[in-house]
Design a protein around this ligand. Sequence first.
Ligand SMILES: Nc1ncnc2c1ncn2[C@@H]1O[C@H](COP(=O)(O)OP(=O)(O)OP(=O)(O)O)[C@@H](O)[C@H]1O
Length: 310
Amino acid sequence: MPVIEVDGVAKRYRDVTAVDDVSLHVEQGQIYALLGLNGAGKTTLIRMLLGMIAPTAGSVSVLGAAVTSGDRSAWARVGYLVEAPVAYPELTVRENLHLIARLRRLPGSAKEAVDDVIERLALTPYADRRARTLSMGNLERLALAKALIHTPDLLILDEPVNGLDPAGVVEIRTLLAGLARQHGTTVLLSSHLLTEVTRLATRIGIIHHGRLLGEHHADGLEQQLERHLNITTRDDAKAHEVLHAHGYHPGPAPGGGLHLTDEHALARPEEVATVLVQAGLPPTKLLIEEEDLETYFLRIIGQRIGAGDA
Ligand SMILES: Nc1ncnc2c1ncn2[C@@H]1O[C@H](COP(=O)(O)OP(=O)(O)OP(=O)(O)O)[C@@H](O)[C@H]1O
């Protein structure tokens, strides 16, 4: 049974459709990332998962229980962080965590749970510091510690690496991967940082203008990247004619020169070179290039905009 099941969910405000007919499933132990630009609808979707707002259409279930606004039945097994990290400023890190442990009515020793989460989140040097003196990164860690103190089966995080320095990002990445691997914890997170998400997540859902445009296994994403043959000659206009006459479909390359995406050109670039040499236009550059992830993301989004889907 999926840990999260979202079926045909929409959220409409007066003149804005924040989430538009989204269906997705998240399986146990997955780290699923909702990837989208600002305003894509990630927070709205997450708030519906947590029962904080009710969908206009569709249904959501979490850990096998239907989420209806106000229903907190699956709550004890979910940890979440969806707001900017907040803590009682005059309490220490440890006191803040004890408070949460008491509110959560943790079985067993609260002290043990607090000590354990302090260690896991590398908060030991700050345990007795008042929250108001913490850096943004450590405040974020404290917020994560609060979300994790009851070792939830499902962790939901809205933009978890915002505000962290690169070392903090690596720490969070290691922590989440460890939780998923060692404890089978399922993680759903949102982010607008594509490169970060490909390192962190096992599955990625691309969301744009409230719609889920596609889902990818993080390690399969590379295969979606477009490859092209980039060629420069002394006379690109003439080279264009020659290649066209030989059945290729050259286009202008963004940085100058010609751009070929024909499969046979990519499979046999030496044949393209031969054609050009025989026409008296030896290539001064001939290179197979792969688009980077950011370009891919923008291309996918751009196609939808081009198709009148914006
Ligand atoms: N309560 C609301 N009333 C009206 N419009 C809203 C409301 N909440 C969100 N929206 C709109 O819905 C769209 C999606 O917003 P949402 O916050 O879910 O996006 P997001 O992907 O989380 O972006 P961000 O990272 O900037 O928070 C935006 O156009 C936003 O302005």
